[in-house]
Design a binder for this molecule. Structure first.
Ligand SMILES: *Cc1c(COP(=O)(O)O)cnc(C)c1O
Ligand SMILES: [Zn+2]
Length: 425
């Protein structure tokens, strides 16, 4: 993406050999301009036929045009709901708020949209082993898609603060799981070193085929809005793969004439893991890696590999970056959960980010906003239970739903239910 050097799609390479920069999948835009249209994608809605029944491969031309259908590794993923949430819109202070729930993917996070791209590429390349370092969801997704494809999956975890749901998935799906005494950023370096030495294909988001799959979140959202572009897209930022993919998707949709303007992108980081935000404050001069700490483990990343692509996405979309506290994240999560849809902690950055940007006057009260919920509520059940029993360090539950204990008789139950009625009134 930096120097313009080109490589064939079947070469195993993660960084430009000339300049060391990130790699981008480059589409033939002239060909695409002639072959895609809103009508084409609308016709495929609701089909039962693979691969177009996937919310990624419905847009196959924009993802990976000439891959043979029988090479595609799909569960199928995507087709997630876009919820209109008037109560949360009111809380955040905007006219229209939609939440795009990527926790509704097969393994419970948006990572599946990337993994279908990554494992399809792995199959095309004929590799036998794939690996990633992960804060959790990438591993869960890689494990599932590798198993589905009949390829060995290898996942590197840090040995603390992994949400149990994610660890459980990776083990259940049969990946070779290795817990390492190092944080995510170090594990990512290790996976790269191992890959070079042991013939393993790396499926972290440095892999551009993953980002192609994740572009479909934007395409599907805008299709669900009947091709009407919202004013804002708000997304949590960790390794910045998703933000990067969103920028590329929007840029390409505009270049192809499928949309007539770009929404603005707002990337929300946790304060304790906010290297992009720090850089944004300085005019996006450079990235200063930091030691990351946050309860939102999915975005606990201090040295995001996709920094340069995220900066590009911000330039393309006139985007902004904001940071929010763990306290704000957990309270916003409780509100999302109480709508009956739920999400994991990192996802709640989207909601509280909207509120913050409205208060700062950056998002206007009349704007239409889409927040992306990145992961499922059950990914991190500990965070839910600990929040509602007020057992989290340095966090006070402002929206608690405390579990009651009762003796097994009607009188005791009546006492609880009558007092609860009083509370709810
Ligand atoms: C991976 C992940 C993120 C962060 O996405 P990036 O592409 O790394 O910025 C946020 N939320 C959840 C639930 C995730 O799994
Ligand atoms: Zn280069």
């Amino acid at each position: 993406m930096n120097c313009g050097q080109q490589y064939p799609v079947d070469q195993i390479i993660y960084n430009c050999a000339t300049c060391g920069g990130l790699l981008d999948v480059q589409h033939d835009m002239d060909y695409l301009r002639k072959s895609v249209s809103r009508q084409l994608f609308d016709q495929r809605l609701g089909t039962l036929e693979a691969p177009y029944n996937s919310g990624v491969w419905r847009y196959k031309e924009l993802i990976y045009p000439d891959v043979p259908d029988d090479c595609i590794v799909s569960r199928p993923e995507g087709n997630t709901n876009l919820y209109r949430t008037p109560r949360l819109a009111e809380w955040a202070g905007v006219a229209q708020l939609y939440l795009k729930h990527e926790g509704e993917n097969p393994t419970g996070s948006f990572k599946d949209r990337g993994m279908t791209g990554g494992l399809t590429q792995a199959r095309l390349l004929g590799v036998r082993r794939v690996a990633c370092a992960s804060t959790g969801n990438t591993s869960a997704s890689l494990a599932a898609y590798a198993a589905w494809a009949g390829i060995e999956g290898i996942v590197f975890f840090q040995n603390q603060q992994i949400a149990l749901g994610k660890l459980a998935q990776a083990i259940a799906y049969g990946a070779t799981g290795i817990q390492i005494n190092a944080d995510f950023d170090r594990n990512l370096e290790l996976v790269r070193e191992v890959a070079d030495n042991l013939g393993v294909y790396v499926l972290n988001s440095v892999n551009p085929f993953r980002l192609e799959g994740q572009k479909s979140i934007m395409i599907e959202t805008i299709q669900q809005l009947r091709w009407q572009v919202p004013d804002w897209i708000v997304v949590p930022g960790g390794n910045l793969g998703n933000s990067s993919a969103f920028g590329k998707a929007l840029h390409e949709l505009k270049a192809l004439g499928l949309i007539d303007r770009l929404p603005r992108l707002a990337i929300i980081q946790a304060e304790g893991a906010s290297p992009l935000y720090q850089s944004y404050q300085r005019g996006l001069d450079h990235l200063d890696p930091m030691h990351a700490e946050t309860i939102a483990t999915a975005i606990k990343i201090g040295n995001p590999v996709n920094y340069a692509k995220a900066v590009r996405a911000l330039h393309w979309t006139d985007g902004v970056v904001e940071a929010v506290t763990d306290q704000e994240i957990m309270d916003a999560k409780a509100l999302i959960d109480r709508q009956g849809i739920g999400c994991e902690p990192a996802s709640a950055c989207s909601l509280v980010g909207v509120q913050k940007l409205v208060r700062m006057g950056i998002i206007k009260p009349t704007d239409t906003v889409v927040g992306v919920l990145t992961g499922h509520v059950l990914k991190d059940a500990d965070a839910v239970i600990n929040y509602h029993s007020n057992a989290l360090d340095h966090i006070h539950a402002n929206y608690p739903n405390q579990l009651h204990q009762s003796e097994a008789n009607v009188e005791a139950l009546r006492a609880i239910l009558e007092s609860r009625e009083a509370i709810l009134q």
